[in-house]
Design a binder for this molecule. Structure first.
Ligand code: UD1
Ligand code: MG
Length: 446
């Protein structure tokens, strides 16, 4: 049984990004753009080869790693064009039933389009190109059609006036039947101005051999390519617009949608309300009816139904907020479980900790989790009260129902239901203020 293969071309230098990071690893919605492409092809094919440049191979291989167990990363030693890049996967192509060649910098490709193109191969075509009708066709190869037959792809610089008027353009994805793929790719030459092997030449070669060559139309959005930071920002904008619309369609209120930033994997339950200027990093799940108030930053966090977060709250990875809990303004929670109905309402840092149900953490109370060398845990029981401006020096445990006096520095465990003072007792000296004033006044020059 011959398998289906996707070859993802990602060896271009990405010079215009002016970045140390390989272009295809720049994120959109918090996910490297290459992964958007891999997510689109992975459900549609059995094997994936990513073609990388020597300089970026290790980084790309590390990123692809365990995430896509059916993907292999191969190196294109020199960037001699898209036709040459595809042939880096020669061995895999030779064994494949059908081959999808796609670009690693075209993140909005959909699984549906991949399926559509594969279906035409299954129906007997040897080459199927993903065509689109962009508002502005400048820069794209034009698809020269005769009825359903794709005769040629003409790059703009080689196109005649009549060809340039064609609006149907090469979106940059191509499906090939496995039996003829290697032969067609081998027949591509670099006999052109650029001295590059153009993948698109496979179209004319296949036609000359009397093979069936056609194009399917895909949405122009799917073919958006990213070459520089401005295009990266435009792609992010498009991604955000879609994700916001999806969230609202699922029953989420975004008070000012254009100011809320979602990640590729943000899960928002029904009747969640997100106020303006909230940013979600990757790995966030928000339960039903949660309110996230303005200017909060949330990443790697789980928020149970009915909780209220913010305004100006920061939830960092490993924050797990219980049902109905309140996390208020200028509160940071990291790697900590906050129990049901607990309240941490003002100016706190809670890290590497657990806070029991219904516990109240007062204004300015913090966990001192780091001694300069390692992180230590703070365990706070249920129904406890941590007075304002207390410092809980980890490792330390506060029992259920315990009460920590405000301003305490707590270095030892506190038993359940105990009252702990970790500060000097107040001393009042009657009349001493007046005496002091008199003395100080007397020392001034008259
Ligand atoms: C290509 C198409 C053009 C199409 C357009 C759509 C060709 C000859 N032209 O042009 O018809 O309208 O895309 O966006 O294919 N790459 C390698 N190795 C190489 C060269 C390129 O891996 O040696 C990779 C790049 O990383 C990139 C992709 O192939 O992901 C496309 O290369 P690019 O140079 O951007 O092609 P375009 O000029 O945009
Ligand atoms: Mg390009």
């Amino acid at each position: 049984m011959r398998t289906s293969l996707a070859v993802v071309l990602a060896a271009g230098e990405g010079k215009r990004m002016k970045s140390r990071l390989p272009k295809v690893l720049h994120p959109i919605g918090g996910l490297p753009m290459l992964f958007h492409v891999l997510n689109a092809v992975a459900p549609a094919v059995e094997r994936i080869v990513v073609v990388a440049a020597p300089a970026s191979k290790d980084e790309i291989a590390k990123a692809v790693g365990k995430r896509y167990p059916n993907a292999t990363v191969l190196v294109q030693d020199r960037q001699l064009g898209t036709g040459h890049a595809a042939l880096v996967a020669r061995e895999a192509i030779a064994g494949a039933g059908d081959v999808m060649v796609v670009f690693g910098d075209t993140p909005f490709l959909s699984s549906r389009s991949v399926e559509l193109m594969r279906e035409r191969i299954a129906g007997g075509a040897s080459v199927v190109v993903g065509g689109m009708r962009p508002d502005d066709p400048r820069g794209y190869g034009r698809l020269v059609m005769e009825g359903d037959r794709l005769v040629a792809i003409r790059e703009e610089r080689d196109a005649s006036e009549a060809e340039r008027a064609i609006r149907f353009c090469n979106g940059g994805m191509m499906a090939l039947a496995g039996v003829t793929a290697v032969d067609l790719l081998d027949a591509i030459s670099d006999d052109n101005d650029q001295r590059e092997f153009y993948l698109t030449d496979a179209v004319e070669i296949a036609n000359a051999r009397g093979l069936e060559v056609t194009a399917v139309e895909i949405a122009a959005d799917e073919a958006i390519g990213i070459n520089d930071r401005a295009q990266l920002a435009a792609a992010e904008r498009l991604f955000q617009t879609r994700r916001r619309a999806e969230a609202m369609a699922e029953g989420v209120t975004l008070v000012a949608p254009e100011t809320v930033f979602l990640a590729h994997d943000t899960v928002l339950g029904r009747d969640v309300t997100v106020e303006p200027n909230v940013v979600f990093g990757p790995g966030v799940r928000v339960g039903e009816g949660v309110t996230i108030r303005a200017f909060s930053h949330v990443e790697g966090a789980d928020i149970a139904p009915g909780a209220i977060i913010g305004p100006f709250a920061r939830l960092r990875p490993g924050a797990s907020i219980g049902a109905g809990a309140h996390i208020g303004n200028f509160v940071e929670v990291k790697q900590a479980e906050v129990g049901e109905g607990a309240k941490i309402n003002h100016l706190s840092y809670v890290g590497d900790a657990s806070v029991g149900a219904k516990t109240n953490v007062g204004a300015g109370a913090i966990t001192c989790n780091y001694d300069g060398f390692s992180k230590q845990r703070t365990e706070i029981g249920a129904g406890a009260f941590i007075g304002s401006n207390s410092s809980l020096v980890a490792p330390v445990a506060i029992g259920d129902g315990a009460y920590v006096a405000s301003g305490s520095v707590i270095t030892d465990d506190v038993e359940a239901d105990a009252l702990a003072f970790g500060r000097a007792r107040q001393v009042d000296k009657p009349g001493r203020a007046a005496e002091l004033r008199k003395k100080l006044r007397g020392s001034l020059p008259s």
